[in-house]
Write a protein that binds this ligand. Structure first.
Ligand code: KIV
Length: 271
């Protein structure tokens, strides 16, 4: 007799229910098969194949250079690992802005070639046409407001957004518009906690924060930052849950020593 335990997959509807009953949503970025498997086994609700892959995987200074093909490669690797989590994939810079037909084609490629469950894109009123067109094909869309890294050359800096009343008001309006347009959730990045809490109260869809305080419906961090692989990035909002830089560095030093000393491999480690 085989014992078959059904895994209940996380869906966009489940995220909505979680918000309704006040259960916080956990989200992390993932870019490869092996790590995604660990995160999924640990019970993460949502995996975001973020365009932060451009920084932490490819070593670019910004998220702008990563291509749609590269995002699809990362996303397909993550999807192959996952049994339970919802997998959301960032539409990269240049694949959706200002042309809703191109946005739809990009989203369809991500869903079809990577097997993703939803897409995320940055911006408010200026991307609503693209969002509507993607939704018309049945693809769920997550929004992203506040500090939107694809616009770094417009902002000029990665400092906290929407501290001034006019920008805060525009952000609230954009969040409502994204909800009306049909987004199933929104990421709010690096904005004052009071503003993020207000937005989370004003909309019915889940608000996932990064550097947006504790009054939102869930949290997301970039995996390499929270695991301490990235030593250089130290924003106030980041909590490090491990020091993998040290763990990997130390293990590598020991390996080099063992090879140089002819200690590895020993008799038991050979055929
Ligand atoms: O690309 C990314 O990792 C993101 C998160 C910071 C939300 O968009």
């Amino acid at each position: 007799m085989s014992v078959h335990t059904e895994i209940k997959k996380v869906t966009t509807h489940i995220l909505l229910e979680m918000k309704r009953r006040g259960e916080k949503i956990s989200m992390l970025t993932a870019y490869d098969f092996s790590t995604a498997r660990i995160l999924d086994d640990a019970g993460i609700d949502v995996l975001l194949v973020g365009d932060s892959a451009s920084n932490v995987m490819a070593g670019h200074e910004t998220t702008l250079p990563i291509t749609l093909n590269e995002m699809i490669y990362h996303a397909a690797s993550v999807v192959r690992a996952v049994k339970r989590a919802l997998v959301i994939v960032d539409l990269p810079f240049g694949s959706y802005q200002g042309n809703s037909k191109e946005a739809l084609n990009s989203a369809i490629r991500i869903m079809k070639e990577a097997g993703a469950h939803a897409v995320k894109l940055e911006g408010g009123r200026e991307v609503c046409d693209s969002i509507s067109r993607i939704l018309s094909a049945g693809v769920p869309v997550m929004g992203h407001l506040g500090l939107t890294p694809q616009s770094i050359y417009k902002f000029g800096t990665y400092v906290v957004r929407a501290k001034e009343e006019a920008e805060a008001q525009r952000l609230i309006e954009d969040a409502k518009l994204l909800e009306e347009t049909g987004c199933f959730a929104i990421v709010l990045e690096k904005i004052p906690a009071t503003l993020a809490t207000k937005v989370a109260k004003h909309v019915k869809i889940p608000i996932i924060g990064i550097g947006a305080g504790n009054g939102v419906d869930g949290q997301v961090l970039v995996l390499h930052d929270m695991l301490g692989i990235n030593k250089e990035f130290n924003p106030r909002f980041l909590r490090r849950y491990a020091d993998l830089y040290e763990v990997i560095h130390h293990a590598t030093e020991n390996y080099i020593k063992d090879v140089k000393n002819r200690d590895f491999p020993n008799e038991k480690e050979q055929y």
